[in-house]
Write a protein that binds this ligand. Sequence first.
Ligand code: PGA
Length: 259
Amino acid sequence: MRTPLVIANWKMFGTLAEARPLATGVRDGLKRFKGVDVVLCPPYTALMAVGEILQGTPIGLGAQNCHYEASGAHTGEIAPPMLVELGCRSVLIGHSERRREMGETDELVNRKVHGALAHGLTPVLCVGETAEERRQGLTFTTVEGQLRAGLAGLDAAAVGRLVVAYEPVWAIGTGVNATPQQAAEVHGYVRGLVSELASKEVAQGLRVLYGGSVKADSADALLAESEIDGALVGGASLNAQGFVSIVKKAARGAATRGE
Ligand code: PGA
């Protein structure tokens, strides 16, 4: 059985003055709450402060990006060991905003996956099609290309250490989430492909999260799908109460599915 996972992606939001009360609100809202893994991904500058607030709780700390090398002359970049030192256990890789705004290619994404794994971080590999690709019937082709490239050179055991987030680009920050059926269809496809690329066991254990305008209202239906193992939440994670309620819905979704 896959434990649901809900990740908060704060993106470029959260000065320390904002991050501290937000992290505290999530921590307090989830006191004694069990059954869902939760990770907060604040901006780099707030990692240490948020890490201190989460200390001694089961809530994990994650980063939104990393470089693929352990150190080097890469001005402005952050290396995996630096994240590990701050208590990060996971890192988002290949988010569509980075692919689009920073020109991250599938090849670079793959290097980052390898770099993160080499230092014990769980890569959360983000994939998803644009509106145009969906319109042209290229959803599976796009996701397949991103997944094959992202997982290149990994053995089955390494693939088993990943999380995949399906985030249709057209659903991110738009207020229009994929329908549970649309998401479940792609999640099933991802699992099938991972079964082929790694193994059936790895695919069965792999957590595939949905991301793109997940809100407290839309979370119930999405998280009730057996193929949807949790959520990657952007905008709605900036409100402690709203985020806590999504996490609680993930637990109910799992219960509904008999997990
Ligand atoms: P959103 O972002 O929830 O604001 O749509 C999700 C994401 O980009 O991870």
